[in-house]
Ligand binder design. Structure first.
Ligand SMILES: *Cc1c(COP(=O)(O)O)cnc(C)c1O
Length: 383
């Protein structure tokens, strides 16, 4: 299978050179807009592209307010801060995620709690979440959920839309309402992915998107906080810009803020990338369809979007029949210049999270040992 896949990927991308997992594409107005920032000298915290980029994201996702940040991790950090996560709180997330999800809440002084993912979405499983809470939490007199043993407050739930595939949001939201938990979506990978017609990242009170170099679109480095409520969105902007109270010359800051604002230079790249995002998604979905056909009738399972969702297919993925097959597959494809990678190690395997509380993780463990990501850059067929 690995030799057949190498040929298929080389034919698809029409090259025998090294083929990465996901490379950025700059074929639009990127140079022009970035040049404009240099010529105008507005490369830093002031300039028109930041506002324009935020407006483009608002129009595309339908969020009430979008706030651009220096990267996706900073967006997550801000989202958790705005959601009211406090030192000592418990925040529930999935064991199968990129480490940034956990780092952000760790740096809020909170503790991650790992729950299993769902086979349907590869993201946080609503049933596993409900089970974990039933076994480990009670609702106190003030209406908050507390841990049975440590008495810590469960503050928030952070599902992550793995590889762009939307999680089961309605079911997760029902659990959040029942247990009085804030929903913060890690939508870093899911720009352009919709749950029942509504854009991911617009369900939680606050959500985070990433524009890192390997994401669907890139600003070099960058991120966005999506805010469900406009006023809270304005407050989010205040917090990401050192919480300075506007004044012609006085320096007065009314809160311990962050310096997380995206520079205009990066936003310029984002504005140009937003213009081609719909085309990228179309091309990525077409590629996923081709992979789906390619892997049909093989012993490898190609991951497809859940039936309630329309996914951006950020990273294509397959499940190998077993971990030995996977080792061979990864070794052989990489040796032949086609980049493939195993999925992340589960978060509790990392030294800083090894003692974290967690539920049973059968699906996460199965995916950890069998899943491989395969090349996923948009393919330009001259359309
Ligand atoms: C990329 C990513 C992030 C972080 O984004 P950066 O812009 O790299 O900081 C966070 N969470 C997930 C799931 C990601 O894939």
């Amino acid at each position: 299978m690995h030799n057949k896949l190498v040929k298929f990927v080389q034919d698809t991308y029409q090259t025998k050179e090294f083929i990465p997992l996901h490379a950025p594409t700059f074929a639009g107005n990127e140079k022009e807009y970035v040049n404009n920032t240099i010529e105008s000298t507005f490369v830093s915290s002031v300039g028109k592209y930041v506002d324009q980029f935020e407006q483009q994201i608002e129009a595309f996702t339908g969020t009430a307010k979008a706030i651009a940040t220096v990267n996706g991790t900073a967006a997550l950090h801000t989202a958790l801060y705005m959601a009211g996560v406090k030192s000592g709180d418990l925040v529930i997330t999935q064991a199968l995620t990129f480490v940034a999800t956990c780092n952000a809440l760790y740096h809020m002084g909170a503790e991650p709690v790992f729950v299993d993912v769902s086979k349907i979405s590869l993201g946080l499983c609503p049933k596993a979440l409900e089970c974990y809470l039933e076994d480990n939490a009670f609702i106190n007199n003030d209406g908050f959920s507390q841990h049975n043993v440590t008495q810590q407050v469960f503050r928030a739930v952070v599902p992550m839309h793995t590889f762009g595939h939307p999680v089961e949001l309605e079911e997760l939201m029902a659990v959040c309402v029942k247990w009085n938990l804030k929903l913060v979506e890690d939508a870093a990978e899911s720009l352009g992915s919709f749950y029942k017609g509504q854009h991911t990242g617009t369900f939680g009170s606050f959500s985070a998107v990433s524009f890192n170099g390997n994401k669907v679109i890139t600003t070099g480095g960058g991120g966005m906080v999506l805010c469900k409520n406009y006023e809270e969105g304005m407050h989010t902007k205040h917090v990401t810009t050192t919480a300075k109270v506007p004044h012609p010359y006085e320096f007065f800051h009314d809160e311990a803020g962050f310096n997380y604002r995206l520079p205009n230079l990066n936003a310029a790249l984002g504005c140009a990338q937003m213009e081609v995002l719909p085309k990228f998604i179309q091309q990525k979905r077409a590629l996923a369809q081709q992979y789906n056909n390619f892997f049909a009738d093989s012993e490898f399972t190609f991951i497809t979007e859940p039936d309630y969702a329309k996914s951006n297919y950020w990273l294509n993925a397959i499940i190998c029949p077993n971990s030995e097959t996977r080792e061979t597959f990864i070794k052989e494809t990489n040796a032949q210049g086609v980049m493939t990678r195993p999925i992340w190690k589960l978060m509790h395997r990392l030294p800083m999270f090894q003692n974290a509380k967690r539920g049973a993780l059968p699906i996460s463990e199965w995916l950890e040992s069998t899943l491989v990501n395969i090349p996923s850059s948009p393919v330009n067929n001259g359309q």
